[in-house]
Design a protein around this ligand. Structure first.
Ligand code: T46
Length: 151
């Protein structure tokens, strides 16, 4: 089941997209189970999984955007805040429920902070790690985002 109806779609000439996606939950007295299938529950094939843990509560992560990468971010445990900037407006999301992931397309600047003690952030990504895919300079991101919007 998908929250908020349709899966997000991205295009190279559109503004970046961020959207919460609800995953299935199999409730069970033995413990609940949630699963994710690429191109079913999320709009891409999963090429990489990484996770953040042992994160100090005053840590700030992110501070970049991607040229091509799409991702979905989960709080598997604990909570944290994700600030999303599409070059036009900024939106805050709080992740705290492992059934809900935050889908982030290309050309979205993200910043993460307010990690709770013991928070675990898991990310499913559409591509392998490539440093050349990052905008780590905000002005470079902004220019690319604005160019993309005007295409
Ligand atoms: C994102 C947020 C949520 C790798 O070697 N392989 C990897 O798959 C990743 C993600 C990182 N790295 C290296 C690159 C850096 O030397 O690990 C170091 C830390 O990476 P970074 O500063 O980009 O970590 P975060 O937590 O600020 O950002 C990461 C992702 O890079 C980013 O795409 O959206 O997590």
């Amino acid at each position: 089941m998908i929250g908020n109806n349709e899966l997000p779609t991205t295009s190279h000439s559109a503004r970046g997209v961020a959207k919460m996606i609800e995953l299935p939950q199999i409730r069970d007295p033995r413990g609940d189970l949630t699963f994710v299938e690429g191109r079913n529950h999320i709009p891409f094939d999963i090429r990489r999984v990484y996770y953040l843990y042992n994160v100090p509560v005053d840590s700030e992560r992110g501070g970049h955007a991607h040229m091509e990468l799409e991702q979905i971010i989960f709080a598997l445990s604990g909570s944290f805040r994700v600030r999303i900037d599409d070059g036009h407006s900024v939106t805050e999301y709080w992740l705290r429920d492992p059934r809900w992931g935050l889908y982030i397309s290309r050309l979205i600047w993200r910043e993460m902070d307010n990690f709770s003690q013991g928070a675990v952030c898991m990310v499913l990504a559409s591509r392998r790690y490539e440093e050349s895919d990052y905008y780590r300079n905000y002005d470079d991101f902004l220019q690319a985002a604005r160019n993309s919007m005007s295409d």
